[in-house]
Design a protein around this ligand. Structure first.
Ligand code: FAD
Length: 437
C-alpha cells in the first residue's frame, strides 16, 4: 500500500475526540487582580487542583496560554491503568521494592479517584472498566511480567493474571505476542468528554479559567507571587505549575527536569463489527512490553480502532507520522490493510529522569508534572493531592511527593540531541528483545 492510500477522503489532521468536544474559548474571562491560588496550565492536572481547592473553599484561578484543553488532555488515547508498571529507569537508580509498592498503591488510588470523580460529577465520558492486556513481545518479557503480576496484586487490587501464548486470542485478535498480562482494574474513556466534564465541575465550584492568558513572568515577593499574563497580572499567595509537556522558559528549573516528547495517534474509519470483535473480543485497552510502547483500543462507541505510538524521533507532523503508525497497526492486525484512517493527531507528554511523575514544591512553586505518557488518572490524582497539600488538609504524603525531583548533568532542557539518541537506543533494545524470541 502506498503511503497516501491510507488516508480516507474525509481525513482530518486533528484529534478524533474533537468531533465530540473541541477546546474552545468563546468568551474570555477577565484575568483577576488577585486570587489565593494561581494555577498555570488548564489540563487535567491544573483543573483537578482547582476543583479540589474549590471544594475546600479556596479561591483558584487557572490560566492557560491557549484554549483550555488544547494541551495533551483532550488528545490522549484515554487508556486508564490502575497500579502502574514500575520499570528500571534508563539513567536513574531503580526504586527499591518497598518504594515501587508505594507508587503502585498510590497509582491504584488514582484509578479509583478518577472513577469516583466521574460518578460524583456525572461526567458522561464513555468510562468503560474494561481491563487492560499488556502483550509480551518476547518470552523473556513474559517471564518478567510474571514477577510484575505478583507485585501488582500485592500492592493493590489490580486483579492481574497471566495469559499464556496459546490463549492470547481470547484477549486480542493478533498472533504478535508471546503471552501477556491482564490487569482487571483498568479502563478506557473519551478523553475530551472527560476534560469537558472536569472543566464544568471546576467552574461549578467557582474556579475561574482564563484562556489565552499565557504566563510571561513570575516574581516572588514577601507575601506570595506576581503572575504576569498576556491579559493582566494576578497577585497570588500560591502558584501551581501544571504545564507538563508544554513547560517552557518561564520555569527553567522545571524545564531541565522534564523531557517533552510528542506522542501520535490515528483513528481508523468505521470497521465491520466482526473485525472489531476479533481485534478486541473483550473491549480491553492494549499496551505492550516494548519500551517505545504502542497503545490502542476501540473507540467508546466500539466502531473504530484508535492506535497510538511513536516511531521516528524527529518531530514529524501527525499526517507525516500516520503511515508509520498505521504500519505498526498492520503488523498486529494485517486485516486492517483494506481500511483507511480518518484522523491523525499528536500532543506533548513529559518524561522525567526517573520515569516517575512528581508533585511537590520547588523554588517556592507548587507543581504536578511528569506524566511519562500516562496521565489521565495520574494527573487528576496528583492535582487533587497537591490541592490538599496546599490547603494543609492532606492526611498522608502522596508517594509521588518525594521532595526530590531529579535532574541529570547531561540534560539542560534542550532535547535536540538527547531525544533521538535515547529513542534510537530504546528502539534497538526493542528490536533486539523481539528478535531473541
Ligand atoms: C497523543 C497522546 C496520547 C496519550 N495517551 C494517554 C493514555 O492513553 N492514557 C493516559 O493516561 N495518558 C495518556 N497521555 C498523557 C495524558 O494526556 C497527559 O498526561 C495529561 O493530559 C497531562 O495533563 P496535564 O494537565 O499535566 O498537561 P496538559 O493537558 O498538557 O496541559 C498543560 C497546559 O499548560 C499550558 N501552558 C504551558 N505553558 C504555559 C504558560 N506559560 N502559560 C499558561 N499556560 C501554559 C498549555 O497550553 C497546556 O494547555 C497521552 C498524551 C498524548 C499527547
Amino acid at each position: 500500500m502506498g503511503q497516501t492510500d491510507i488516508f480516507h477522503e474525509a481525513f482530518k489532521e486533528r484529534p478524533y475526540w474533537w468531533e465530540a468536544y473541541a477546546p474552545e474559548a468563546p468568551e474570555l474571562a477577565d484575568v483577576p487582580a488577585t486570587s489565593e491560588v494561581a494555577i498555570i496550565g488548564a489540563g487535567y492536572a491544573g483543573l483537578a487542583t482547582a476543583l479540589e481547592l474549590g471544594k475546600l473553599g479556596i479561591e483558584a484561578t487557572v490560566v492557560d496560554a491557549a484554549e483550555p484543553g488544547y494541551g495533551a488532555s483532550t488528545r490522549s488515547g484515554g487508556l486508564i491503568g490502575g497500579s502502574h508498571s514500575i520499570k528500571k529507569p534508563l539513567v536513574a537508580k531503580a526504586p527499591t521494592p518497598e518504594r515501587a509498592a508505594e507508587m503502585m498503591s498510590d497509582a491504584a488510588d488514582g484509578f479509583y479517584l478518577l472513577e469516583k470523580l466521574i460518578a460524583e460529577e456525572n461526567i458522561d465520558c464513555g468510562f468503560h472498566r474494561t481491563g487492560r492486556f499488556t502483550g509480551a513481545i518476547s518470552t523473556k518479557h513474559y517471564k518478567a511480567q510474571e514477577k510484575q503480576c505478583a507485585a501488582m496484586n500485592e500492592s493493590s487490587d489490580a486483579g492481574a493474571y497471566m495469559v499464556p501464548r496459546d490463549r492470547v486470542r481470547e484477549e486480542i485478535g493478533s498472533d504478535y505476542y508471546r503471552g501477556g498480562l491482564v490487569a482487571r482494574e483498568a479502563a478506557h474513556l473519551h478523553p475530551a468528554l472527560y476534560y469537558a466534564g472536569l472543566k464544568r465541575a471546576a467552574e461549578a465550584r467557582g474556579v475561574r479559567i482564563c484562556a489565552k492568558a499565557g504566563v510571561t513572568g513570575l516574581d516572588q515577593n514577601g507575601n506570595g507571587w506576581t503572575v504576569k499574563t498576556e491579559r493582566g497580572t494576578i497577585t497570588a499567595r500560591d502558584v501551581v505549575v501544571a504545564t507538563n509537556g508544554y513547560t517552557g522558559d518561564l520555569t527553567p528549573g522545571f524545564k531541565r527536569r522534564l523531557v517533552p516528547i510528542s506522542a501520535y495517534i490515528i483513528a481508523t474509519e468505521e470497521l465491520p463489527p466482526d473485525l472489531l470483535a476479533s481485534i478486541s473480543p473483550k473491549n480491553r485497552s492494549f499496551v505492550e512490553t516494548l519500551r517505545i510502547v504502542p497503545f490502542f483500543r476501540l473507540s467508546p462507541d466500539g466502531t473504530r480502532l484508535i492506535f497510538g505510538s511513536r516511531v521516528k524521533w524527529r518531530d514529524l507532523s501527525a499526517a507525516e507520522m500516520a503511515p508509520l503508525i498505521f504500519e505498526r497497526a498492520l503488523e498486529r492486525f494485517p486485516e486492517l490493510a483494506d481500511y483507511k484512517i480518518t484522523h491523525a493527531w499528536n500532543g506533548n507528554v513529559a518524561l522525567t529522569i526517573d520515569e516517575q511523575p512528581h508533585l511537590g514544591e520547588l523554588e517556592g512553586l507548587h507543581y504536578a508534572l511528569g506524566c511519562n505518557g500516562s496521565g489521565v488518572a495520574q494527573m487528576t490524582y496528583m492535582g487533587t493531592q497537591l490541592a490538599r497539600k496546599i490547603a494543609r488538609v492532606a492526611n498522608y504524603r502522596c508517594a509521588f511527593d518525594t521532595g526530590v525531583f531529579p535532574t541529570h548533568p547531561l540534560y539542560n532542557g534542550n532535547k535536540t540531541l538527547l531525544v533521538p539518541m535515547v529513542g534510537n537506543y530504546l528502539r534497538f533494545r526493542d528490536w533486539w528483545d523481539r528478535r531473541s524470541g
